[in-house]
Write a new protein. Sequence first.
Length: 312
Amino acid sequence: MDWRIKCAAHWLFSLPGMDRLYYPFKRHLARTVFRSPAELRADLAMARGHFRHLRDHLGLDPARARCLEFGAGRDLINNLCLWGLGVERQLAVDLYPLLRPELLNQALQSLSLMEDDCLARRPGGPMPLAGITEALRERFGIAYQAPFDLGRGGLADASLDFILSTNTLEHVPPAEISAILAECRRLLAPGGGLSFRIDYGDHYSYADPAISGYHFLRYSPGAWRFFNPPVHYQNRLRHRDYAALFRAGGFKILRQEAQVPEGASRAILAQPLAAQFLNRPSRELLPMSGWFLLAPEATQPCLNVASRAVLG
């Protein structure tokens, strides 16, 4: 799909009352809601990244740690993967009610059939369509809550050990990220931490191969507002911008990794850049995704994992 057509469609779904048609459109017309085997492998790899942060770098017990993921999504794939890896206590929240039982059951089936030895256990058969939230809690230790705004409170002080998000922060305005960080500081118990995986690419490029993941860097802030509908909001922050936000929010970066795809330098040079990006060193623009492990206080030295090429 041409990215401009997708942009126009997202503006349509951003109109009052039209948001209820967004999921039917993605499922029945765009057919983009079900995960391919390659996407499922990528999801499992990201869950393993969070799990390593939890167990190996923070030293928390996966069976006892109180975990929260914001931006859990329609099928809770990350929460199911974490359960398969050994995490027992999870709260999954979304700003809006997004959970779809048919997508959850498709994810369960795919994980049960997946050939990967890293999973300590498999989720088994489908969930009942009625009472699915109760069944999730009983079967997987996953409590689902939506609508839930993490930036506005609602949980007790020091009630969590581990807070994570996967490909969510790029859809949050910077001021709201600061509010989320302030709430995370209040919620974390001593010894706890945050694990964030962030996608820095132009999300239109995933549907339109004619543009690169750096495509949206060509637009000035004024022009980008025209292409940035609320239902598909992208903040265009780069890896260094997030690092600055985290430090300003009172967090120590215990570990960070900026991932640069093969051919990134050529892709950047092949397009014009808006003034706000033109004056920045290319090394700040090249990462297409990144990982952060954060803690409210400096409990160990920061490990800066060098930017690396990701093949394929």
